[in-house]
Write a protein that binds this ligand. Structure first.
Ligand code: IMP
Length: 186
């Protein structure tokens, strides 16, 4: 078993998601908002965020996988499940669990831009901005976190810990740096 150090307690996440919901509701009043949740890591964040947004909106899902080790992505991204919605002319808000190097968001952003949305932004629960490798804009951020590998509230380590009701950091000694296609993305 890995050791997990609590970092952000559940009630603090809940309060911040409510704030983000209010901010997004006010920014998207009267617009054609569609939330695009990136699977699997953002599923809990999406579930809470959609209920905190009080302007009409649709929801769709995109699933991507990045190659790398179990804790580090390589930036080579593969589309596993595409949207079911045509986003041309729509105000698209991507919902992510975490932006780390920024490579995944850069790939998704470039991909979605080719479909001519009216606007394209991202809301990420966590921002590990100290590790950014590409200068890609990040519009709404729940929490800026240090360079630790985190799990819980949807985020996994080798598919485990998504169910934790808080965000915790894995002990560095618990992490394995090996693996083929990584286990943390989706
Ligand atoms: P990127 O480095 O910004 O491309 O992040 C790629 C993906 O890695 C994110 O969407 C997450 O799914 C995953 N990821 C990055 N850091 C963590 C972490 O600390 N815990 C769990 N998943 C992570």
């Amino acid at each position: 078993m890995e050791k997990i150090e609590p970092l952000i307690p559940g009630p603090k996440i809940e309060a911040r998601v409510q704030e983000l919901g209010r901010e997004i509701s006010s920014d998207y009043k009267g617009l054609q908002l569609i939330l695009v949740s990136i699977l699997k890591g953002s599923f809990l964040f999406l579930a809470d965020l959609t209920r905190a947004i009080d302007v009409p909106h649709e929801i769709d899902f995109l699933s991507v996988s990045s190659y790398g080790t179990s804790t580090h992505s390589s930036g080579v991204v593969r589309l596993l499940k595409d949207l079911g919605t045509n986003i041309e002319g729509r105000d698209v808000l991507v919902v992510e669990d975490i932006v780390d190097t920024g490579l995944t968001w850069q790939y998704i952003r470039n991909n979605l831009f080719t479909r001519n949305p009216l606007s394209l932004r991202i809301v990420t629960l966590l921002d590990k901005r100290g590790r950014r490798l590409v200068d890609v804009p990040v519009d709404y951020v729940g929490f800026v976190i240090p360079d630790r590998f985190v799990v819980g509230y949807g985020l996994d380590y080798m598919e485990r810990y998504r169910n934790l009701p808080y965000i915790g950091a894995l002990d560095d000694n618990s992490l394995q740096g090996s693996g083929k296609e990584n286990h943390f993305k989706n």
